[in-house]
Design a protein around this ligand. Structure first.
Ligand code: SF4
Ligand code: FES
Length: 229
């Protein structure tokens, strides 16, 4: 057993405050289990989200000791700093209560990138040929679980900022390299104009914190360099 000192962000708006809680936990305890224990003992009513509990839905994303993590697949012992664990909601999103944020703006931003296929013309007579390396890049984009951590980490994505979530560019690239998609020019134009991709100065925080080890920063660089057809 190890004793940890938790610092929890609670409330919202004018009632926001920090709370300190000491908790003894067994080895290999996840952050999600720790939050559940805190809610059942010294922090009644603590609000946090979780759904799948195995790193697939992105619902449980929070910021721990300054870094975005999924609580269900993160061990307390791996993120504690000298026994201290500071837990707060994702940054740059309105807080609904305690650790729960409203991710609507993040979801809207990804939807604006139209991550679905837009085929050009009639279906071909033969199947499309997709090279293995292209398939790999398409899978990279589609592996995003929409947790919102990249948006929370990005210094350009602010509550009223208007810069899209890095995940939207990852989705754009996934369709831009897709030989079945017919909206190449539109997607590049939107990434450059409407989305203002040139404003990204490669802080790389999105890629550094992505729990799926995806690379939205590299996707942005790729889109910036991609020529018009
Ligand atoms: S790119 Fe990574 S950090 Fe961003 S939403 Fe997708 S999985 Fe989460
Ligand atoms: S609960 Fe689904 S990713 Fe953590």
């Amino acid at each position: 057993m190890t004793r940890y000192s938790f610092r929890l962000r609670r409330g919202q708006g004018s009632t926001a405050r920090w709370e300190e809680h000491a908790l003894e936990l067994p080895d290999f305890c996840t952050l999600l289990d720790a939050l559940s224990r805190l809610r059942a003992t010294s922090a009644p009513g603590l609000a946090f989200r979780a759904a799948c509990r195995h790193g697939a839905c992105g619902d449980c994303a929070v910021v721990v000791n300054g870094t975005g993590v999924l609580t269900c697949v993160t061990l307390v012992g791996d993120v504690a700093e000298r026994g201290r664990v500071r837990v707060e909601p994702l940054h740059g999103m309105p807080v609904l209560r305690d650790l729960v944020v409203d991710r609507s703006r993040f979801f809207d931003s990804v939807a604006t990138a139209r991550p679905w296929l837009q085929s050009a013309g009639a279906p071909p007579e033969r199947e499309h040929v997709v090279l293995p390396e292209v398939l790999e890049r398409m899978r990279g984009a589609d592996a995003c679980i929409l947790c919102g951590i990249c948006a929370s980490a990005c210094p350009l994505v602010q509550p009223q900022g208007g810069f899209p979530a890095p995940a939207s560019f990852l989705r754009t690239l996934g369709r831009v390299v897709d030989p079945r998609d017919g909206a190449y020019e539109d997607r590049l134009r939107e990434a450059g104009g409407l989305f203002g991709i040139a404003r990204c100065h490669s802080a790389q925080a999105c890629s550094a914190q992505c729990p799926r080890e995806l690379d939205p920063a590299a996707a942005i660089v790729d889109l910036k360099r991609r020529p018009a057809r």
